[in-house]
Structure formats: structure tokens, C-alpha cells
Design a protein around this ligand. Structure first.
Ligand code: ADP
Length: 301
């Protein structure tokens, strides 16, 4: 199989591991810098050029598109889809998961447990928004944030109001969410591949930190998740339409609640914590499923 991986940094652990796993299985995996691809989008015969030559003969494409280049990256991925190359995750599905608001609406529609979450545009609605989220303490999140940056815990009504007003004044979109105190600064990440949870870990925040992101100093360990958590993760992946994703959940008093579905989950933390060959499982999934023209959307929508 000839695989293209859309990624900017070939030295990242996840990218190196995917290349290794593909080569171990006798496949070719080329790392292609997404931003260096160019294409004639008006041509009836979709094609992509890279470093002066046409990209041809690929059976599958692994999108590892960073949040900051989502727009261009998805356009390149769509072009691959139109060429009939099988994507590990489809462009539409990645688009859904990248928009926190849209993904929560879709998860809610499918009856998946979520923290009570409110969204409003007008800063005059601050009091009502706070009331709907159950009052302080609340978690306020920038819609565009990643890796825990732009996630704020406001302990009191007064601090919540000033944070909301400050964010709104800066003209950024925010979500206001009930604070799941009982999660105790830990969260669960379930790694889903092809409708199955293949590995899961618990992330624990640094002392005094309510955010458990590894990038914020958290640590990770392997856990066995409950059947309810497992089915929540699988349903969340299905609801987004993602073949491969990391589903982040909190253990709340009312069962697992999904915080986020990540379409390009990092492999390092998960492989280190669990010892599971996550990269190998991803390549095995591609081997089983990548067939020309099997893309559902063929770059539509
Ligand atoms: P990001 O996408 O930037 O990582 P998250 O929404 O995943 O942001 O939040 C970062 C971390 O903050 C989570 O891993 C979790 O530990 C904590 N957290 C987020 N939302 C809540 C919440 N509603 N209640 C309790 N802790 C939360």
C-alpha cells in the first residue's frame, strides 16, 4: 500500500511511529507537508502537486492536520478524497470535530452525555448564561482553544462575569460549562479505531491544576474504562463520523460526559501509558479498509 501522511513535522513522535508501523508492515508512507501542496481546484480531473511533481498512486491518506491550518489542510484532504484516495478520517468529519460548538450539538442530538454547556453571543446575557450553566463555579472555554489554553475555571459568580465580559470584549466565542468538580482534575481519554476502543488512559492534572492536559503538566496512566464509558466513546466517534479519534471524557456523578473528540490524537502519551502499539492498529485499520473510491463523501460538503 502507498500511504500519504499530511503532516508538517516529520520528527513528531506520532508521525515517526505511524511511518515506522507502515514500513514494518511492508507499506510505503510518504510524509507530505500540507502547506506545500498546491492544486488546480477548477480542473475536472482533481490532482495535487508537491515540490513540482504530481502526487499519484496513493491508496490512503492519513490527515494529521494541525488546528492552526485546518482550513487549508481540509481543502488538500478533500482534493485527495476527490481523487478517490481513502482517508483515515474524512474531511467533513474532521471539520465537525474541530468546531467545539458544532460537535457538542451533534453529540447532544445523539443523546451522548455532556456537561451542561451554554453558548451566547450577547454579553448582556451573562447572568442568564451563568444561571443556565448552574451558577459558579463554571468552566469558561474559548471555542478556538486547544491543549487546555483558553480554559478557565471561575470559582465565583463575580469572577465568572468578568472573565465572560473580558472574552466577549476581545470578540472571541466562548462556551460556559458546568464545572465537574467530582472529576478531581482527572479525565479519561479513550482511543477509538474503527468503532472500537483500542486503548485508554487516565490523565491527572499537575497539583492544584484542574486541567489534566499533558501539555499543562498532567501525567497519564493506563486504566480500564467501564462499559458505559466505552460505549460513550464509540458512540461519540460514530456521531462525528471519525474512524480514528481520541474521546476525552470526565467521570461525573451522572455518568461519563464527553468534553471533546479529537480527530488527530497524539500517540506518545497513549503508547507510553499503555504499552499498546496504537500506530500499528491504525495502519492495520487502513490495510483492512483502504480501497480506492471507498470514501463516502468524495470531498462533498
Ligand atoms: P482543550 O481542548 O483545550 O484541551 P478541554 O475542553 O479538553 O480543552 O479542557 C482542558 C482540561 O480541563 C480537560 O482535560 C479537563 O481536565 C478540564 N476540564 C475541562 N472542562 C471541564 C469541566 N466542565 N469540568 C471539569 N474539568 C474540566
Amino acid at each position: 500500500m502507498k500511504i500519504a501522511m499530511l503532516a508538517r513535522n516529520p520528527d513528531l513522535y506520532s508521525h515517526k511511529r505511524l511511518k515506522e508501523a507502515a514500513e514494518e508492515r511492508g507499506h510505503q508512507l510518504d510524509i507530505i507537508n500540507t502547506l506545500r501542496c498546491y492544486m488546480n481546484i477548477a480542473s475536472r480531473r482533481p490532482e495535487i502537486f508537491y515540490n513540482g511533481s504530481k502526487l499519484e498512486g496513493y491508496d490512503a491518506v492519513i490527515p494529521r492536520i494541525g488546528a492552526s491550518i485546518t482550513f487549508y489542510g481540509l481543502a488538500v484532504l478533500r482534493q485527495f478524497e476527490m481523487m478517490g484516495v481513502y482517508p483515515l478520517n474524512e474531511s467533513v468529519a474532521i471539520g465537525r470535530s474541530r468546531d467545539k460548538l458544532r460537535s457538542m450539538q451533534l453529540l447532544a442530538r445523539d443523546g451522548i452525555g455532556l456537561p451542561v454547556t451554554t453558548f451566547a453571543h450577547d454579553p448582556k446575557m451573562t447572568e442568564e448564561v451563568l444561571k443556565t450553566a448552574g451558577g459558579a463555579p463554571v468552566v469558561i472555554k474559548l471555542l478556538e482553544g486547544t491543549q487546555g489554553i483558553g480554559v478557565v475555571l471561575a470559582d465565583t459568580e463575580r469572577s465568572a462575569k468578568s472573565v465572560i465580559e473580558a472574552f466577549r470584549g476581545a470578540n472571541v466565542n466562548i462556551l460556559v460549562q458546568e464545572f465537574i468538580k467530582e472529576a478531581g482534575g482527572t479525565d479519561i481519554r479513550a482511543f477509538v479505531v474503527g468503532g472500537k476502543v483500542i486503548a485508554s488512559m487516565k490523565r491527572v492534572g499537575a497539583p492544584g491544576e484542574f486541567r489534566s492536559n499533558l501539555h499543562r503538566g498532567g501525567s497519564a496512566e493506563m486504566i480500564r474504562i467501564s462499559p458505559e464509558e466505552r460505549s460513550t466513546a464509540i458512540r461519540a466517534a460514530k456521531s462525528m463520523g471519525l474512524n480514528v479519534c481520541g474521546v476525552d471524557m470526565l467521570r461525573s456523578n451522572h455518568g461519563p460526559v464527553v468534553m471533546e473528540v479529537n480527530s488527530s490524537p497524539g500517540l506518545q502519551g497513549m503508547e507510553m501509558a499503555t504499552g499498546i502499539d496504537v500506530a500499528g492498529k491504525i495502519i492495520d485499520f487502513l490495510m483492512k479498509n483502504a480501497q480506492a473510491g471507498k470514501t463516502k463523501t468524495k470531498g462533498k460538503g
